[in-house]
Design a protein around this ligand. Structure first.
Ligand code: IYR
Length: 221
C-alpha cells in the first residue's frame, strides 16, 4: 500500500485582534447571502463559475475521494428539459406526495411547482454525489462519507459564488433521478442538488426571515 509523501504545512496565523476582525468581517459578508428565487437572464462569465468550482473542490472529503461531480448547464434546450422534468416531479410533490405538515412548513415561503428560474438563470450547476469512483486501473472503489463531503463542497460553492457576486438557489426537486438520464451521468452517481446561479432579477424580493441567535444554536461547555 503506497503512502503519500508528507510536506511541511503552510498555515497563516493572526494576532487575536486580527482573528476577531477577520471573523467579524467574514460574518458581515456571508450574512448578506440570501436564497434568490427570481433570476435575471443576464449572462455571467463561465470563468467565474470555474473558479467557484475550484474553491468547492478544496473541500475535505472522506479519504480524499472527492466524491462529487458538477455538471454546469447553460444550454437553453437542456435547461428547458430540466425545467419540464423538475416541474412534473414538483407537481406530484405539491399535489400528492407532500404531507400536510410539509406543505404547511413551506407555505410561508410561497413556493409552488412552477420553476421558471430553471430556464431564466444563466447556470444550473447540477451536483452529483459519487457513491463509487473508478481507480486509474478501472477498479470500482467505494467512497466514504459521501453526503458529508458533498454537503461541505456545496457550502463552499455557495459561499464562493456569493463572494463573487453571484446569487444562488438550492433546488431539490424530488425525486431527481431524471437528471442522470438528461445529463448522461452513470448510476454510481446520485443527483444531490441543483444549484441555480445568476444575478438576481432587479425586482427580486426575499422573505423577511431571520437566523437563530447564537445561544439557540450553540452550547459552550
Ligand atoms: N423541492 C420543492 C419543495 C421545497 C422543499 C423545501 I424543505 C424547501 O425549503 C423549499 C422547497 C421545491 O423546490 O419547491
Amino acid at each position: 500500500m503506497k503512502t503519500y509523501p508528507f510536506l511541511p504545512l503552510k498555515f497563516t496565523t493572526y494576532s487575536e485582534n486580527q482573528m476577531l476582525e477577520r471573523a467579524k468581517a467574514f460574518y458581515e459578508k456571508v450574512k448578506q447571502r440570501r436564497t434568490v428565487r427570481e433570476f435575471s437572464p443576464e449572462p455571467i462569465p463561465q470563468e467565474v463559475i470555474e473558479q467557484a468550482l475550484l474553491a468547492a473542490g478544496t473541500a475535505p472529503s472522506g479519504a480524499n475521494m472527492q466524491p462529487w461531480h458538477f455538471v454546469v448547464v447553460s444550454d437553453p434546450d437542456k435547461k428547458a428539459q430540466i425545467r419540464q422534468a423538475a416541474e412534473a416531479e414538483e407537481k406530484e410533490f405539491y399535489q400528492r406526495r407532500a404531507s400536510q405538515e410539509w406543505l404547511d412548513a413551506l407555505a410561508p415561503l410561497g413556493t409552488d411547482e412552477h420553476k421558471p428560474f430553471l430556464e431564466t438563470a444563466p447556470y444550473l450547476i447540477v451536483i452529483f454525489a459519487k457513491k463509487f469512483s473508478y481507480t486509474e486501473q478501472g477498479e470500482k472503489r467505494k467512497n466514504y462519507y459521501v453526503s458529508e463531503s458533498v454537503g461541505i463542497a456545496t457550502g463552499l460553492l455557495i459561499t464562493a459564488l456569493h463572494e463573487a457576486g453571484v446569487a444562488t438557489l438550492t433546488h431539490t426537486p424530488s425525486p431527481m433521478k431524471f437528471l442522470n438520464e438528461l445529463l448522461g451521468r452513470p448510476d454510481t452517481e446520485r443527483p444531490y442538488m441543483i444549484l441555480v446561479a445568476g444575478y438576481p432579477d432587479k425586482e427580486a424580493k426575499v422573505p423577511d426571515i431571520s437566523k437563530f441567535a447564537l445561544s439557540e444554536v450553540a452550547t459552550f461547555v
